[in-house]
Structures are given as structure tokens and as C-alpha cells.
Design a protein around this ligand. Sequence first.
Ligand SMILES: [Fe+2]
Length: 491
Amino acid sequence: MESAPGFHSLTEERTASLAVEGSLPGWLDGSLVRNGPGAFSVGGDTVDHWFDGLAMCYRFGFDPGNRAGGAVDAADAVHYRNRFLETDAYRKARAGEFDGGFATGETTLRERLAGLLDEPYDNTNIVVERVGDRYLALTESPRAVVVDPVTLGVEGDAQYDGPAPAGQLACAHLKRDPATGTLFNVETAFGRFNEYHIHALDGAGERRHVGSVETDAPAYMHSFALTPRYVVLTEFPLRVDPLRFFLPGRQGPFIERFAWEPERGTRVVVVDRTTGEVVAEPETEPLFGFHHVNAFERDGGTELVFDLETIPDATAIGELSLETLRNGELDAIAGRLERFTVDLGGVTGVDRYRTGEATVGRKMLYDDGTALPTASPARWCRSHRYVYAMSMDQPATGWATGVLKHDTRTGDAVEFHDGGDYFGEPVFVPAPDGPEDAGVVLTVALDVDAERSRLLALDGERLEERARVELPHATPFDFHGRYFPELKTAA
Ligand SMILES: [Fe+2]
């Protein structure tokens, strides 16, 4: 392994049936699909930024066949596969052109914009989502990659070319309303007018334009919030001056075009999910975050609540270079959980909202260091009590050595540790019934001493280990996983 475990390149692709040590619940019979940067060096070329590593997907298929009646069986198996996404970016890298898309390389903004329009970058290394009956690997470009979730082979491109307005950048995270099955996405369009376009994707994956929000300088937004009635954009003061996109000359990597402008504050834009109307846009202090955990409404929709992981120092994002990370400087990743409450003015009925009356309140939930926070998918768009996250030191001097369960009602926090092992994003899989935290937390741990990774299943209530599956190698730190209950194909 290279000197910084977790930020190493994994060249090996494996398919293996792996033994389960411990007990998995009988109902866990779908698949976990994870995605993340798998290689930072190809041939002689190396990328500088963590986000620029080539997309590698991991599939963990839980096979109930060996679990008679839901009981534990020594022969229980998890079908594992890891594979690079064979995208254009991957082929180019293999052919000697590995230049990243986020922060590596000297590219003029004009070239970059042209590139975004004509041939958006397809190193889709952030997450795999189900859209309609397809599984899409996503990044912050509007070009998604269609993946076979069993073989992890690339089946083609998915870039929208219909009548709804499209953008040159996309939020990496779609949001799903489990009550309706509708997904929402947000794209940013640069031009004479800069706009955030909000779309709804129905059960078949068809796109409907919900509405657009104008902005004088688009913000870097990795995700947004969704409630039954509203889409909420958190417009951080990490902004780009769109005019600079058209200036000639070499101007450095893409992310460096974003500037931290705290004097702008943060605009919280509340958009009606049905009409596309902006119903409120209160402002709060300058802040930044990558991940909205969950959002919901209270008091008949006159108040909305969203939990966001904020990053104390937004200026560090451009410095998520591999060199920095390998040196253990992880402040741009370590965040804290905050709850934002938007009072829409106490007036029921969208047409009667008056933008000027809305206010936004801010409350610290947990400030002791988190990363990649998640809530039960069964609670999306509804009030949640528990948040699971990687546990980081703050300031961060190393990767996450724990998994955190935070109770937003009582403020209690429970942590799971396993020696000095490092952990990835915890994915909560709810049990078919029971309280909110009945289920398992799936995470991948990296055992640095053994130079091996393992899949861990923790009990959702007590956060204790109930099963582990040793992987045949050490996997680099990845970004996000999704559990797909419908993916029951074994082998
Ligand atoms: Fe993310």
C-alpha cells in the first residue's frame, strides 16, 4: 500500500463470494452499491485532487439463500465485486490522458465551459442512484453513466436532451420522496442569466421542469433539501463570477474559479415543488456544507426544518489535494451537524407567503466532528430522530476512526470504534418494521495494519457489530453507497 492508506490507488478488480462472520438479518437480501475514487495514478499520470480519482464501484450482494428462515448460517455469503467504471475518462486515462475534472490541470474557463457543454466530464465517482429502471453513476456534471448494478459494467451515457432547461453543472445528489417515488435534481446554467433549474423525475425517470431560480453568481452546491412541498436550495457564499468563465487565458483548475465571499451571507431559497414558485428566500450567516441530511415540515407546512452538515472552513475545499489529505489535513471534510428552521411567516397557503417575512434559525446539533451524515431512507422528507455519520476529530488530524449515531431529540451520541480502523460513510438500512433505528448500518472499514478492508454491519439501535465480511484487498476511501432492496441477484 502507498504511504497514505485510503488515498492509495487500487488496481485490482475482483469478483468473490465472501464469508460472513456473525449474523445478518434475514430480510437483508438486496445489494449495497458504493462509488468513489479508486485510482489517482494511471501510467505515469497523477491527479492532484481527491475528487478527481477514477470512479470505482463496489457491489455487495446479500444472499439470503444461505439463511434458512432468516436464521444465521455459517455458510452465509456476500457476493462482492469491484470494478472501475469504463467511462470515456477511464479510457482516456488508460491511453495516457488523465487530467481530472474538478481541480487538476490547467484549463481555461472558456475551454472548460465549452467542454461542459459539448462533452461533459463522465468520471462519475460520487454515487449510484436508481432513476426509473436504470442505475446511474453521478458526479457534478449533467452527464450520468448508466451502470449494470450487478456486473458494474457501463451500459452507456445518460444526458438529458429534452425540452426542459439544462445546466452545465449538477448537484451530485438527487433527492427522493419515498412517499411518491419522485426524484428531484438541480442543475446550474451559466449564461447571460444564471439560473438553478429544478426538475422532478417521475417513476419512469422522465424529467419535468419544476422551476428556475435566478442568481447573479452561482454557488457551489453539492446537494439540496427536499420536503413534501418544497425544494430548498442553500446558496452558500462560495460563488463563481460567471463573467470569468468567458475571459481568455489560462486560469487554473475549475474549483479555483469559486471564491469565498462571506459578505454575501447564505440565501436559503424555498421553492414550491408543484408550482416552481419561490415562496421564501431568507438569509443567514455565511456558511458552507456539502451534505443536506434530511428535511421535513412542521405546523402544516408553515415551518420547514433541514439538517445540514456544515464545514467550518469553506476556504479549505480547494485544498482537498491528495498531498494535503495524505498529510492528514482533513479539515475540509470534518463537519458538524446543524439544524436550520425556516419560519415561512406563519401563514398557510403558498399564494399568501410574503418572502420578506420568512426567517431562518440555526441550531447546533453536534459539533464534535462528522463526515458523510445520513438518515434512514424510510424517514426522508419526514421528521427523523437519528443521524448516522463518520466520526472525525475536529480539527481533523486523520480519517474517521469511528461511526457515530446521533439522537437529534436528546442530543445523545453513541460511537462505534474498532481499534484504529478507518470507516466510510455509514448507510442505514431500515428493517421492514420496528422503530426508526431498527435496522443495520453498513460501512466499509479499512484495517491499516492488515492492509485489508471489511464490510461491517452494525446494529442500528445499539451500534454494535453484528457481522463482518473480509474483503480481498484494501479499498480506497469512497464517497457514497446506496442499498437497493430490489437488487436480489446473487453471484
Ligand atoms: Fe456527496
